[in-house]
Design a protein around this ligand. Structure first.
Ligand SMILES: [Zn+2]
Length: 267
């Protein structure tokens, strides 16, 4: 998952309080960035994140989308910022609609595009298609606001990192808190988050084995495991552990004979 997508998921979970499923594979090379359900109203949401920090490709546009351009190396970056791309390849694609139907989402499912910015025309097109536009900068602001209350403790790694970053940015000697960020602009924030995804240990006490994963590993999903797995009853996840050496030491300290670093994500 891209870092910006992780930030959007953290926002949806902790600020909005919705349940989320990221990266739903719909087949036919189609994927849903994020599916969310408001547990109170049961309103369903299909959320696509399109955030670029490049000046030329930052804004969502209403320029025409030529089918296939999103796969062309020279044209992909700008094609993927057009409304037509989202309508054709994302929200309107039959494979996507079919996958959503499996989650009980029909015509009333709200569609959301998260972008860094957009032009006025884009707003009109969005309204005509009943698509909501969310400004990524507002999302960051809301997360920062949530983290400003000192008693708030996030178990989510992305939120914790953002909160630290906000605190460090407002601090005169920021270098004492996060050395790498001092002379950088906030746009490097995504790099900061990406480097702190953390390590997670899974211990299965029935089979007496343990595995160490990176958070982004598909077997790990930041300590949530694989979808539909029964691991909750037979074992548990520990993490995130930010330091690799510490995570390996923790793995070695477990009593099981069968303990390894994940062959898929740790090598
Ligand atoms: Zn792994």
């Amino acid at each position: 998952m891209e870092t910006t997508e992780k930030i959007v998921e953290a926002y949806v979970r902790y600020v909005k309080g919705w349940a989320t499923i990221p990266n739903i594979n719909c087949g036919k090379h189609k994927e849903i960035d994020l599916f969310a359900i408001d547990p109170v109203s049961l309103q369903r949401y299909h959320i696509e994140t399109s955030v670029s920090i490049s000046n030329s490709f930052r804004a969502l546009t209403t320029k025409p989308f030529v089918t296939g351009d999103h796969k062309d190396r020279g044209k992909a970056a700008s094609a993927r910022r057009t409304f037509g791309f989202f309508l054709e390849e994302k929200f309107g694609a039959p494979a996507v609609r079919q996958a959503l139907a499996g989650y009980g989402a029909g015509e009333d499912c709200r569609q959301i595009i998260v972008a860094w910015e957009w032009r006025k025309e884009a707003e009109e097109v969005a309204a005509a298609h009943r698509i909501l536009l969310w400004d990524f900068r507002d999302i960051m602001g809301d997360i920062a606001e949530l983290g400003r209350h000192d008693h708030t403790y996030f178990t989510d790694d992305t939120l914790r990192t953002l909160t630290l970053f906000v605190k460090a940015s407002g601090h005169k000697s920021a270098s004492a808190v996060m050395p790498a960020t001092k002379e950088r602009a906030p746009r490097d924030l995504t790099a900061v988050v990406a480097n702190t995804e953390g390590y997670y240990l899974y211990e299965n006490w029935i089979h007496r084995r343990a595995r160490l994963h990176r958070g982004s590993c598909s077997y790990c999903n930041y300590g949530r495991g694989t979808q539909g797995a029964t691991e909750e009853r037979t074992g548990r996840w520990y993490g995130p552990i930010s330091d690799r050496a510490e995570a390996i030491a923790r793995l070695k300290s477990l009593k099981h004979d069968n303990k390894k670093e994940c062959g898929s994500c740790m090598s």
